[in-house]
Ligand binder design. Structure first.
Ligand SMILES: Cc1cc2nc3c(=O)[nH]c(=O)nc-3n(C[C@H](O)[C@H](O)[C@H](O)COP(=O)(O)O)c2cc1C
Length: 327
């Protein structure tokens, strides 16, 4: 088990998926602490005019001792992407991931993300350009793609071969086409085929939310690892729960008190990472993911969502936890 990604040893099978607006440095740190074996940051635009935007720079942060530091790039132009590769490496990236999976209209309309699954000539040019930069700087490059553009055009295997030939070190496949967005039934047959034909490590992604599914997908696809996205929203401890369950054979769940401790730690790291007004606003969504469905939460939901500063939000949260006897 385990594999090398350039000079980095990846020992484990549970990866955190890149999620824009979610997998920032504080969230990655928490997931890694809870046992995620690898974590990819939020996608960054490679176009020169966007590269130094406040949003992009805010996303280009790492946590102390993060290893490897994985930066994901989005783009349609081989030259701009090659420049962005160098720029990200100068900013501290140790692995570059290329995004050929994002289905968002505003991304696909400019021929980026999953749109490249049907722009094969352009995709191949980009893969070759990034592979060349990777070799020159000795920084591994990896790819994340979908199974294809739509059911009639499933070309993940072809794209995977091009990536491998270009020198890519790993391929993650989300088991849906672009047309399937996030809702269609995920299928693992294409991933299994890609994993059996490529020599580079292949990672399976899509609808993996518990230990049973994780081990079934690993077995069925022969992938080296599985990557978890939405199931980790509000559940950074999922990695520990899956690992413990697989190790002991008995379903394992973190106690409420341990979860509360994790939420408070996340909040502290989040506030260390962003200016207060931004942190208050952006932590709200994490709170909703964490607490929706928890006993007594509906009574405090609107106060928590309306809290305008760190003090109010913090007080409201602590009062709620104390009232419930979790703190
Ligand atoms: C909120 C959100 C943001 C995402 N952002 C990215 C991204 O920046 N880069 C990327 O490659 N995929 C992104 N994805 C896709 C996920 O990485 C993953 O491929 C997808 O959610 C399927 O995995 P899951 O079923 O485990 O969620 C995003 C998904 C979500 C829900």
């Amino acid at each position: 088990m385990g594999f090398n990604l350039g000079q980095y040893r990846i020992d484990g099978v549970l990866f955190l998926a890149p999620m824009a607006g979610v997998t920032d440095a504080p969230f990655r740190r928490l997931c890694r602490q809870f046992g995620a074996d690898y974590a990819v940051g939020e996608m960054l635009a490679s176009a020169p005019q966007l590269r130094n935007s406040r949003k992009t720079l805010a996303r280009l942060k790492f946590f102390d001792k993060e290893c490897p530091r994985v930066v994901q790039l989005l783009g349609a132009d081989p030259v701009a992407l090659s420049e962005a590769f160098h720029w990200a490496v100068e900013a501290g990236a140790e692995v570059i991931d290329f995004n050929m999976g994002c289905p968002a209209k505003k991304v696909c309309n400019v021929a980026c993300g999953s749109a490249l699954m049907r722009e094969e000539t352009q995709a191949r040019k980009i893969l070759e350009a990034l592979g060349e930069v990777s070799q020159k700087c000795a920084v591994p490059v990896t790819l994340k793609c979908r199974t294809g553009w739509d059911e009639a055009h499933k070309n993940a295997l072809q794209v995977g071969h091009w990536a491998e030939e270009a020198g890519f070190a790993m391929l993650t496949v989300h088991g849906r086409t672009r047309a399937g967005a996030f809702e269609s039934q995920v299928e693992y047959d294409t991933i299994a085929q890609v994993a059996s034909e490529l020599t580079i490590p292949v990672v399976a992604n899509g609808d993996i939310a518990d230990a049973n599914r994780a081990s079934a997908v690993l077995r069925y696809t022969g992938a080296q690892a599985v990557m978890i996205g939405r199931a980790a929203l509000g559940r950074p401890w999922l990695f520990k729960e899956i690992k413990e369950t697989l190790r002991s054979g008995v379903p394992f769940e973190l106690s409420r008190k341990e979860k509360v401790e994790a939420i408070l730690t996340h909040r502290q790291w989040h506030f260390e990472c962003y200016p207060e007004p931004v942190a208050v606003m952006t932590f709200r969504k994490h709170l909703l993911w964490y607490l929706t469905g928890w006993p007594g939460f509906e009574e405090v939901r609107s106060d928590l969502c309306q809290a305008l500063d760190a003090l109010m939000q913090g007080r409201c949260l602590l009062d709620y936890f104390k009232r419930q006897g979790w703190l």
